[in-house]
Ligand binder design. Structure first.
Ligand code: GLU
Ligand code: MG
Length: 452
């Protein structure tokens, strides 16, 4: 046995692994990051050198179980089975290997958390999504999805009075304004090149409503790939900015007085190659499932304290549990297909980039599937701004604690999460709610823009 990468390449039985090793050598990747998303929604990982990749790609890198009890402030929570004793492995999925254009010499793979014997671990978020996809598949369906993220671009500057750093937006351009394309041009071109190189196809892009706010969406993919794509997207948006001495934040509300950053989730459901969201029946039941579970779902799709500063009426964030055709104030918008090749799809607006995308998309699948199984009636589509008819339409939770209460009361989602994952998620998220209670908006926004 030798550690030379060329030699380990030859002995790899799995062709996907062989291809990764060949690419790493050809492209001169010195460091390969194995990434996962935790219960705080934070993207974390460990990295290996190319010389050790041949072994690590199958064995993974050892990791403490406790990291799935860590919150977004790096405060470890007391969760049974997630203490100082116990080991998992961060095992990369070779089919996700990409060189990182914003970090020359580095590559990455999205990873599962596995037990030392290689079997799936009960707290692995990527496994949660895979299981949800399998449950949907068992009923004959396949979900395609895309996150539609917004972010705020600027510079991170120290506060002259010694307070938390400030995010100073890049510009004060107006929504969709030509000037906003120019102020952000150099960054945007680098970002698009970096995303396309990683296989994320950029759909469209525009200056958004708030100062420094941009939106750039990527083409839809099957559910697991869509969540993997969103992790790569978040890393790339931030990484490209850092290399340009800028700061980009996908936090739901990085600037308390300015527009929030959504990551609306677009969904289409397929059976035997046909998009069944073209059919009122299945689409209606799926919507019925989303709406029935929506208060609980928001604890996963809008996973941070900061999420609820964004999720308010009259900002097109979808603060009411209703659906409507092209209704941008409804939580579930039934989108008109665009162009000849456009596909009917649903847009879930209470969704942002502080969520763990594997948990959020997995939970969305369970909710929709429950709707299909029970043929849940979605009710009448709403054709007005629900916020203009006081008391008529159900408002979604207004705080993380309220959403967590709804999650704890939701038997379907609690069962889908399973005991270890739900205990850990609830402990981590309750601790975040407690940590920010009584703190001011500047502190909360800073902590979120630093992480997301
Ligand atoms: N920024 C809004 C949000 O937080 C969305 C605006 C839009 O419709 O694109 O969801
Ligand atoms: Mg937008």
């Amino acid at each position: 046995m030798t550690d030379r990468p060329g030699a380990t390449t030859l002995h790899q039985p799995d062709p996907r692994v062989r291809r990764v090793l060949e690419r790493a050598e050809l492209e001169g990747a010195e460091l390969i990051r194995f990434l996962y998303a935790d219960h705080g929604g934070v993207i974390r990982g460990k990295a290996t050198s190319r010389s050790r990749l041949g072994e690590r790609i199958t064995s993974g890198i050892g990791h403490t179980v406790a990291m799935m009890a860590m919150n977004m402030l790096d405060q470890l929570q007391d969760v049974e089975h997630l203490g100082p004793v116990g080991e998992v492995r961060i095992v990369p999925d070779p089919s996700t290997y990409v060189a990182l254009p914003h970090a020359p010499g580095a590559a990455t793979m999205l990873s599962d958390l596995r037990l030392p014997d290689g079997s799936p671990w009960a707290a692995c978020p990527r496994t949660f999504l895979k299981d949800a996809v399998a449950a949907l598949g068992a009923e004959g369906y396949l979900l395609r999805a895309a996150f539609e993220p917004e972010f705020t671009l600027g510079r991170r500057l120290p506060d002259p009075t010694g307070g938390p750093d400030r995010l100073v937006p890049l510009d004060d351009s107006l929504c969709y304004a030509g000037t906003g394309f120019d102020t952000a041009h150099d960054y945007t071109i680098k970002l698009i090149r970096a995303l396309e190189t990683q296989g994320l196809r950029v759909e469209h892009c525009h200056p958004e409503l708030g100062p420094g706010q941009q939106e750039l969406s990527v083409h839809h993919a099957t559910a697991l790939r869509a969540a993997d794509n969103h992790v790569l997207y978040r890393e790339t948006v931030r990484g490209v900015a850092m290399r340009m001495a800028m700061w980009a934040s996908l936090a739901p509300k990085p600037l308390p007085e300015q527009a929030g950053n959504g990551a609306h989730l677009h969904l289409s459901l397929w059976r035997d190659g046909v998009n069944v969201f073209g059919d009122d029946g299945v689409r209606g039941w799926f919507i019925g499932g989303l709406l029935a579970h929506l208060p609980a779902l928001t604890a996963l799709t809008c996973g941070s304290v900061n999420s609820f500063r964004r999720l308010t009426p009259r900002v097109w964030a979808g603060a009411y549990a209703v659906h409507g055709h092209d209704n941008r104030e409804a939580a579930v918008r039934v989108c008109s297909p665009v162009g000849e090749l456009g596909e009917p799809n649903l847009e879930l607006k209470p969704s942002d980039s502080s969520a763990n995308p594997y948990l959020s998309l997995g939970a969305v699948i369970h909710a929709g599937l429950d709707g299909i199984r029970r043929r849940l009636d979605p009710g009448e589509p709403v054709g007005v701004d629900p916020g203009t008819v006081p008391g008529r339409y159900p408002r979604l939770p207004t705080s993380l604690d309220e959403a967590l209460d709804a999650l704890e009361a939701d038997e379907t989602l609690m069962e889908a999460l399973g005991p270890l994952r739900r205990d850990a998620y609830l402990a981590v998220k309750r601790s975040e709610a407690a940590a920010f209670a009584g703190r001011d908006a500047a502190y909360e926004c800073f902590q979120h823009l630093r992480v997301f």
